[in-house]
Design a protein around this ligand. Structure first.
Ligand SMILES: O=C(O)CCC(=O)C(=O)O
Length: 244
């Protein structure tokens, strides 16, 4: 399947960033998280996965581990180790992310609730995040944005995010149970992912920034034996209401 191109927004001035963000509802910042900031978190997550038998020494994984369900107690237990860490907080406060949001909002970005580290095993398409808008699940300001980055390189086959350009302008899309998928899947928008969607191979530290109104989804992890690992953070302008 082909995808619309993702343009690198690095180097754009504030006015151009705002114009692109208003048109697309998202921005790609290549290599926004420098390796010295990302690697402590990547190492922490990889170590935690190896300790639990989810990653082998050669960085492959057994698909039977079946990570990716939102209510998986093994994953929730891992989050209790990762989310409070200084390494996770350091990536949340990446200067390039905060500077870009500051340019969009002309206001200081502050963290919003709902930050996550996600792991997705290969071979379980029903556990792939379906199309949705964060605004359907978040309370608080309608001006919130999210930042998503893979912890290690995430080519299309490993299932990075894809986004629907311009989808942030049409209010809340109807969210419904996704037909034919497992009971533990998220509720999503009933739409198919086609060549209108933007996606690309992403490298560790590339950041996708997107509005809480932008329709986005994950692509399935179609590798035979690779674990997808990513983090996502939410922000709001300091002057706006926090999520309730
Ligand atoms: O990483 C994923 O599979 C989903 C991420 C997502 O939907 C989000 O950050 O809002």
């Amino acid at each position: 399947m082909g995808f619309a191109a993702l343009t690198d927004a690095n180097g754009l001035d504030s006015a151009a960033l705002r114009t692109l963000a208003e048109r697309q509802g998202f921005l790609l910042l290549r290599r926004a998280v420098p390796d010295e900031r990302l690697s402590p978190l990547r190492d922490l997550v990889a170590r935690a996965c190896r300790t639990r038998g989810w990653l082998r020494a050669d960085h492959t994984t057994d698909p039977a581990v079946r990570l990716g369900a939102y209510d998986d107690p093994r994953w929730i237990e891992l989050l209790s180790e990762v989310l409070p860490s200084a390494a996770f907080d350091a990536v949340r406060h990446t200067p390039a992310i905060l500077e870009c949001l500051q340019a969009l909002w002309q206001d200081r970005p502050v963290p919003q609730a709902g930050d996550v580290c996600r792991l997705v095993s290969p071979g379980w398409p029903a556990l792939t995040t379906p199309p949705h808008q964060d605004a359907a699940y978040l309370g608080g300001t309608p001006r919130a944005w999210a930042a998503w980055t893979p912890l290690w390189d995430c080519p299309l086959a490993l299932g990075p995010l894809c986004l629907l350009p311009g989808s942030h302008t049409a209010g809340l899309w109807p969210h419904a149970p996704t037909a034919g998928v497992a009971a533990d899947a998220l509720q999503g928008i009933a739409t198919s992912i086609d060549d209108r969607w933007a996606a690309a191979d992403l490298a560790a530290g590339d950041v996708l920034l997107f509005s809480c109104w932008t329709v986005h989804a994950a692509l399935p992890n179609q590798t035979p034996d690779r674990l997808r690992a990513s983090v996502d953070f939410r922000y709001r302008p300091a002057g706006e209401v926090a999520a309730g």
